[in-house]
Design a protein around this ligand. Structure first.
Ligand SMILES: [Zn+2]
Length: 236
């Protein structure tokens, strides 16, 4: 026999729903008993996005079977934020990974990474998954993850800063954009032979990545980066 349950999704969870289900109560029909997690994910919303589920005004866990009557105490479902923000980005988010590194955040990224590798790195190394693939976030093993809404990189950066509350953790110019390694300060004298002549003339502050042998200075890139950071600080 077909049974009916009424759903209403709040705030940014509506991003996952089709237009006719956004921000309104809507009926959902089902035959077999199912956990509320499975039912919600079948509607398109990954569990990592959900902070709380209320059933007839009472908060329930993901395992709550729709139709049963056992109601537990108030509980927040989204796992506590990771103390030290660390991320792993999926293969489509290379540009976001570079921007976040530019702001000093630890972001693993490989353009050929598999879903299994992403999940393993997330669990072993306590990294939040950043992805445009909502199916990936439905995996039961995942505790920390976020579905990136925007296509435009600067907007994606703002999303991550807001969702993970990172505004005060920005440390620009401290991490290698290419490989995620922490940069060290290096004296001009040691690298001057490798610098373009204009840079040698005008720049005096340098950072160095031991891992990939890249030298950073506060050139045009840096100024563009400061502009972006300013915009982010105003907007998050
Ligand atoms: Zn590097």
């Amino acid at each position: 026999m077909k049974k009916k349950v009424t759903f209403r999704f709040y705030e940014e969870l509506n991003d996952f729903l089709p237009a006719d289900k956004k921000k309104i109560r809507f009926d959902h029909y089902f035959i077999d008993r199912a956990s509320v997690k499975d039912m919600i994910e079948s509607l398109g919303v990954p569990h990592t996005e959900i902070d709380m589920i209320l059933v007839n005004g009472n908060s329930v866990s993901f395992g709550y079977i729709v139709e049963s009557l056992d109601i537990t105490n108030i509980q927040h479902l989204r796992s506590k934020p990771l103390r030290e923000p660390k991320f792993i980005a999926d293969a489509h988010l290379g540009s976001l990974a570079r921007y976040l590194r530019m702001l000093g955040f630890d972001v693993l990224y490989k353009n050929n990474i598999t879903d299994t590798e992403i999940i393993e790195a997330s669990l072993n190394d306590k990294r939040a998954i950043l992805t445009k693939d909502r199916e990936l976030l439905k995996n039961n093993k995942i505790t920390h993850g976020y579905w990136i809404r925007n296509e435009e990189t600067e907007e994606q950066v703002k999303e991550v800063i807001t969702r993970f509350d990172l505004k005060n953790d920005i440390r620009e110019f401290t991490r290698c954009i290419e490989c995620n390694n922490i940069l060290e300060v290096i004296e001009k004298e040691k690298i001057k032979d490798r610098l373009p002549s204009k840079v040698k003339q005008w720049q005096n502050e340098f950072r160095y990545c031991k891992h990939c042998d890249k030298i950073y200075w506060k050139g045009t890139h840096y100024n563009r980066m400061l502009d972006i950071i300013r915009k982010i600080r105003q907007n998050v």
